[in-house]
Design a binder for this molecule. Structure first.
Ligand code: 3PG
Ligand code: MG
Length: 372
């Protein structure tokens, strides 16, 4: 794989695919991590050439239609301020100027989603070098994340992309001592992640709704908790590895809206109550691992009284000597709410792509870059 740091881009025309897919409400950007994470690559390129065209997607618009609510305009403005530069906003690849510009939401373009050859070729042809830095979109086989890389004369990974794979690769290398923590609401959406992490980790701590299904599979009473009954057999099978760590104590209430919250043993969950949060088992804190991989909150952390498990985990991770690798949309949200990403060894900018990577699946953009 070619990396930007070692690629000659002096005075070259560069196309840069980034993932600036951030929540925007009424023109206001609600989360800036992905924008800040894209800056080092942009600055690196601008030191060597002015001919930079920044390409991103935003949301999931209908192809072939312009939708002002999904325009990249607010993002372009953010970069104009940060870089103290005027940036032109383009809506086609026909006349790319010789100075910094932004391309409109690439998902407005017909053929992006289906990796259309025409669009891929068009993107590949207009640039001397195509830099892929959108790690958070590396799991999509789209024209700008796959075809354009394949067809470019010269394509490389951007600084963020290289950093993401370096960190994830080193954590998941053979023979590492890994503790994994998987939360979130459903076993079904995390099944591949859990299956793959179990083979690489000494233990997998489960929390969130996922823990309910494992607790039921282990024969514990779970009252009215949300549970995936169709996952019980799979959960039982995973429990036979003896690597799944179930919570010992949980927070229960009649509903997420209830103020009557009780901490009980998993042996004593009342019939009319739901498990909405967990208490982190103390033994976990004494484990000595080189890496801890974390994805998914351990309770309904958006509601204060059910945020204990997630907060305890974050507190433990911040102070742990292990290298902590965290990722996922909700995980990042929880870290921002209760802590600071700089306190962690590595926090991925990716959601879906992070999960795909943890599942052991090949990511199309990585594969395309490897062939260059
Ligand atoms: C993300 O936010 O997970 C990425 O930008 C990918 O977006 P998508 O799920 O709409 O492809
Ligand atoms: Mg997503």
């Amino acid at each position: 794989m070619n990396h930007l740091e070692k690629t000659d881009i002096k005075d070259k025309k560069v196309g840069l695919r980034v993932d600036l897919n951030v929540p925007i409400e009424n023109g206001e950007i609600l989360s800036h991590e992905r924008l800040s994470a894209a800056l080092p690559t942009i600055l690196h390129i601008l030191k060597q050439t002015e001919k930079l065209c920044v390409i991103t997607h935003l949301g999931r618009p209908r192809e072939g239609e312009f939708d002002i609510n999904q325009s990249v305009l607010p993002i372009k403005k953010w970069f104009e301020k940060r870089l103290n530069m005027n940036i032109e906003l383009l809506n086609n690849f026909e006349n790319i100027p010789d100075n910094i510009c932004f391309m409109e939401n690439i998902r407005f373009f017909i053929g992006e989603k289906d990796n259309d050859k025409n669009l891929s070729q068009q993107i590949a042809n207009v640039f001397d070098v195509y830099v892929m830095d959108a790690f958070a979109t590396a799991h999509r086989t789209a024209a700008s994340t796959f075809g354009a890389i394949e067809l470019s004369k010269n394509a490389c990974a951007g600084l963020l992309f290289s950093d993401e794979i370096k960190n994830l690769e080193s954590a998941l290398e053979e023979n590492k001592q890994i503790l994994s923590v998987v939360g979130g609401s459903k076993v079904s959406t995390k099944l591949e992640v859990i299956k793959n992490l179990i083979t690489k980790s000494s233990s997998v701590v489960v929390g969130g709704g996922i823990a309910n299904t494992f607790l039921k599979a282990a024969g514990k009473p779970i009252g009215n908790s949300l549970v995936e009954d169709n996952m019980l057999d799979t959960a039982k099978e995973l429990l036979t590895t003896n690597k799944i760590i179930l919570p010992k104590n949980v927070y229960v209430a009649e509903s997420p809206q209830s103020n009557q919250v009780k901490l009980v043993s998993v042996e004593d969950v009342p019939k009319n109550k739901m498990i909405l949060d967990i208490e982190l088992n103390e033994e976990i804190m004494s484990f000595d691992h080189e890496y801890i991989i974390w994805n998914g909150p351990l309770g309904i952390f958006e509601i204060d009284q059910f945020s204990n498990g997630t907060k305890q985990l974050i507190d433990f991770l911040e102070n742990s000597k292990s290298k902590v690798i965290a990722g996922g949309g909700e995980t990042l949200f929880a870290i921002n709410k209760f802590s600071d990403i700089n306190k962690f060894h590595y926090v991925s900018t990716a959601g879906g792509a992070f999960l795909e990577y943890l599942s052991g699946n090949r990511l199309p953009s990585i594969e395309a870059l490897r062939l260059k």
